[in-house]
Design a protein around this ligand. Structure first.
Ligand code: ADP
Ligand code: MG
Ligand code: ZN
Length: 554
């Protein structure tokens, strides 16, 4: 049976072989099992039902949420010589009737249907004559209120299946793999003894990395300069961020375009086109951009902010490298992102249970930003694949790192924050620890505190960096306000009491200032030498300016 499927795949679709996950799903369907297939965006879910559709007798119904997606798929099928059509709200009764009559005569192999149509009485009367052997539910997470895209009309599907003279085989496909959603799909679609396949979440051409404490705008400018010829997407959390980043980059002479729900329809269509046809290489967008977009040569996806959960992140990041070529997915993490996402959750007035659920997913996202483990492995395990190995190529697998114990420094900082009654920001705390004679320091008599000058051998900027690090790791918190105030986090107390140590994985990531590899290596060595000679602690991070100075020494 699988041989026949491969034949169809080659003859109609022009692909040599099934991908690993596709094979299992197709096989299960051809053996007559209800099948729940979970595969990431770009994994190739369409083939999983289109190929079996060609092998079953009768007509296959595909339920799909977006008219534009449906139209694209139908066009592609027709161009490959497969008789297919769609039924959506843009058709009048006569057209619906004609198409369903043709389907009843077996003139179509696949019939795409918008879920809203299932409720129409006219449709229900006409569909009775169509010999349906197989129903595929695409984007099946839309049936779940736990998913990110709930469509009430998806709840009609079960009733539709029951109304048919003979229950067809059902395939449900989605990229959302959380247990709640999976369980919901199973229940709401009334799947029978279904086989579950979760595959292909590891996309080994995606080079994942998380960067903490970068100056995000500078990082992006540097990145765009180095990758000017490549197409890429930069996601930001809000329209305001998109507009600001867009204006900033444009002012600096970068060719960029933007997309968010606040733009007019024409503007959105125009900008999207410009990006799709490579007229403009860089798209700056909110998460409104991307659903159903199949641009194969996206070489990087940068997240300016941490998204609300890993499902959202991987869906967006996964728009890179759909052609299988190596592509970068970079997440620029800032501690404030946690406050922003918390604010979004609180603002939504969710039911208590639902809220807890959203927080659980947010914490997994934060964990991703902090974990020293392989990022690829972390994601794949989150999505339920258990036998993943470390990828050997993500940021965490390849960064040169050193472990260092910064317990003492952390204790000094925490105690200073406490002595200052958790009422001031990072800059002032750093000044007090440095022993600065700044007016504000003396004005509040902070120069009389026992923590005054406790870290005077450090540069002020280095203390601020350590504070940022402690914020990123959750030891310190900052308030979301115009002048963010430092507070002790829960993790700080055991450290202050001496019960726990702070061991920090420090990334030694030299900024690539030059494309000349030899010079680059020289810089790295030089930097190590300077560290040792100057007796600098290993966690002192060099700043771009230091590196630039050093490069002039070479
Ligand atoms: P999904 O719905 O899972 O996001 P699609 O079905 O849109 O993914 O497929 C994504 C891309 O992968 C498409 O460009 C498709 O042509 C390609 N593709 C799917 N299956 C195969 C295969 N077996 N071999 C090569 N390319 C494939
Ligand atoms: Mg799809
Ligand atoms: Zn890895």
């Amino acid at each position: 049976m699988l041989n026949k499927a491969v034949e169809v795949l080659q003859k109609y679709f022009g692909y040599q072989s099934f991908r690993e996950g596709q094979k299992k799903i197709v096989e299960s369907l051809l053996n007559g099992h209800d099948t729940l297939g979970i595969m990431p965006t770009g994994g190739g879910k369409s083939i999983c039902y289109q190929v079996p559709a060609m092998l079953y007798d009768g007509v296959t119904i595909v339920i799909s949420p977006l008219i534009s997606l449906m139209k694209d798929q139908v066009d592609v099928l027709i161009s490959m010589g497969i008789p297919a059509t769609q039924i959506n709200s843009s058709l009048d009764y006569g057209e619906v009737r004609d198409r369903l009559r043709m389907a009843a005569r077996g003139e179509y192999k696949l019939l795409y249907i918008a879920p809203e149509r299932l409720e129409s009485e006219a449709f229900q009367a006409l569909i009775k004559d169509v010999p349906i052997s197989f129903v595929a539910v695409d984007e099946a997470h839309c049936v779940s209120q736990w998913g990110h895209d709930f469509r009430p009309s998806y709840l009609e599907i079960a009733r539709f299946l029951r109304s048919l003279p003979e229950r067809p085989i059902v395939a449900a496909l989605t990229a959302t793999a959380t247990p709640e959603v999976t369980e919901d799909i199973r229940r709401q679609l009334e799947l029978v003894d279904e086989r579950l396949f979760i595959t292909g979440f590891g996309r080994d051409n995606l080079l994942l990395s998380v960067r903490k404490g970068e100056n995000r705008r500078e990082f992006i400018q540097q990145y765009l300069r180095a990758n000017a010829q490549q197409a890429g997407i930069i996601y930001a959390a809000t329209r305001k961020d998109v507009d600001a980043l867009y204006a900033d980059l444009q002012k600096r002479g970068f060719e960029v375009t933007k997309y968010h729900a606040g733009l007019s329809e024409e503007e959105r269509a125009h900008n999207q086109e410009a990006f799709l046809y490579d007229d403009v290489r860089t798209m700056i967008a909110t998460n409104a951009f991307g659903m159903g977009i199949d641009k194969s040569n996206v070489r990087y996806v940068i997240h300016y902010n941490m998204p609300k959960n890993l499902e959202a992140y991987y869906q967006e990041a996964g728009r890179a490298g759909r052609d299988g070529e190596p592509s970068e997915c970079i997440l620029l993490f800032q501690p404030q992102d946690i406050q922003t996402q918390t604010f979004f959750i609180e603002q939504n007035q969710l039911l208590e249970e639902r809220k807890e659920h959203e927080y659980k997913k947010l914490y997994a996202m934060i964990d991703y930003c902090r974990t020293p483990r392989c990022l690829q492995q972390y994601i794949v395990q989150y999505f339920g694949e258990t036998d993943a190995q470390a990828c050997g190529q993500c940021g965490n697998c390849t960064d040169e790192t050193e472990l260092s114990d910064i317990t003492l420094e952390a204790q000094k900082i925490f105690s200073c924050v406490k002595r200052m009654r958790e009422r001031f920001g990072a800059a002032l705390v750093a000044q007090v620890l440095k022993g600065s004679k700044n007016k504000k320091v003396t004005q509040f008599h902070f120069d009389e505190l026992p923590t005054y000058g406790l870290m005077k051998e450090y540069k002020e900027k280095e203390i601020v960096d350590l504070i940022q690090l402690l914020i990123a790791e959750g030891y310190l918190q900052v308030t979301e306000s115009q002048y963010p105030i430092l507070k002790l986090g829960e993790r700080a107390l055991p450290v202050l009491k001496g019960e726990e140590r702070v061991v920090q994985k420090i990334v030694i990531r030299p900024v690539q200032l030059t494309e000349d590899d030899e010079l680059f290596e020289k810089l790295r060595t030089l930097r190590k030498e300077i560290s040792q000679r100057e007796g600098l602690p290993p966690y002192v991070i060099f700043h771009d300016s230091t590196l630039k100075e050093m490069s002039s020494l070479c």
